[in-house]
Design a protein around this ligand. Structure first.
Ligand code: AHM
Ligand code: MG
Length: 341
């Protein structure tokens, strides 16, 4: 029988290697894993809305059918609040920091998540994902939680990862010792280690950007994308364009095949002066993952992980992927010597 390591075994093994580990992180991770399985089951049934009831309807079991992103958010908040190891949560779907309800035990961790990313793909059976980012509380637990406990730069993350709901459901995460991927075996209901120690190729052959917005890009961004499309680049032929419009799916493909994902600033769109993606729940966790896999993530100039956040839903331009491809973007932006952000 082939060796089959479950995600729980993997986490416990690593916990045993850390002196004085208390098991708090393992408890938190178990709740993430369980939430992932519950959301995955619901995502797999998404095409059956006609049978089970439309959003807003009451289904055959007499339950109200929720939109999938609201459902995922509710599951995560409910499960994670009960882990007993968190002092706060933040979600892309909630305007403010989510406190742990009175009466439930608390601990020293903070989790920030995007419950179901790729909203434009939810209703059409195209890949979507959950993204999470974990920090340790900085202020003393005897005092009220500070906003600065939640607004930490990405370098302070103790773990980050995503769940990809695709042709299989995958959990990919890092605790700072490499990136590991687990695939859900629906037969046994367990995530099994399928992609140990993922390394992103140093140079890719794929670029991923919403080129429909190219008329709104600044000069350096146009030059960057032209570079990837030209046969004069390091690859000596044009890169292939691949854009799903689900960050988790685009990122995951590029992580395994090599390549770069770009969501630049949109200077002429007043709604997107810093792009669309959110620093805390999207860019930081992906940046930790890519760096742990040997890649890079920048905002055009500097490392995503070193940005000091000033608000919960702050947006940031994102260039993320294979090291040489991201370095090239950095060189081009530097040449223009303009912040462009
Ligand atoms: P969402 O959080 O509303 O789902 O938006 C984030 C998504 C990302 O998954 C994806 O990379 C991006 O939006 C696509 O945006 P666009 O349609 O502007 O290209
Ligand atoms: Mg999102």
């Amino acid at each position: 029988m082939p060796q089959q390591v479950t995600v729980t075994e993997h986490i416990i093994l690593h916990q045993n290697m850390v002196p004085k580990a208390t098991g708090q992180f393992t408890r938190l991770f178990n709740e993430i894993v369980l939430s992932a399985k519950i959301i995955s089951r619901q995502v797999n049934k998404a095409g059956l809305v006609d049978v089970l009831g439309f959003t807003g309807d009451t289904n055959v079991q007499g339950e109200e059918v929720k939109k999938l992103d609201e459902y995922a958010n509710r599951i995560l908040i409910h499960r994670l609040a009960r882990s007993g190891v968190l002092c706060a949560m933040a979600s892309e779907e909630n305007a403010d920091i989510i406190e742990i309800p009175h009466g439930l035990p608390q601990g020293g961790y903070i989790i920030i998540f995007d419950p179901l990313d790729g909203s434009s793909n939810i209703d059409v059976n195209v890949n979507i994902g959950t993204i999470f980012s974990i920090y340790r509380r900085v202020s003393p637990s005897s005092e009220p939680l500070m906003t600065s406990d939640v607004l930490q730069p990405g370098v302070e993350q103790v773990a980050a990862g995503y769940i990809l709901y695709g042709s299989s459901t995958m959990l990919v995460f890092t605790t700072g010792t490499g990136v590991h991927g687990f695939t859900l075996d629906p037969g046994v209901g367990e995530f099994l280690l399928s992609h140990p120690n993922i390394r992103i190729p140093e140079q890719g052959k794929i670029y991923s950007v919403n080129e429909g917005y190219s008329q709104y890009w600044d000069e350096p961004t146009r030059e960057v994308v032209n570079y990837f499309k030209s046969s004069e680049n390091n690859h000596k032929k044009p890169y292939s364009a691949r854009y799903i419009g689900s960050l988790v799916a685009d990122f995951h493909r590029n992580l395994l095949y090599g390549g770069i994902f770009l969501y630049p600033a949109d200077l002429r769109d007043p709604k997107k002066p810093a792009g669309k993606l959110r620093l805390l729940c999207e860019a930081n966790p992906m940046a930790m993952l890519v760096e742990q896999a040997g890649g890079m993530a920048i905002d055009g100039h500097k490392r995503i992980l070193e940005i000091d956040p000033d608000h919960l839903h702050q947006r940031v331009p994102l260039f993320i992927g294979s090291r040489d491809d991201v370095k090239k973007v950095q060189q081009i932006y530097a040449k223009y010597n303009s912040p462009g952000l």
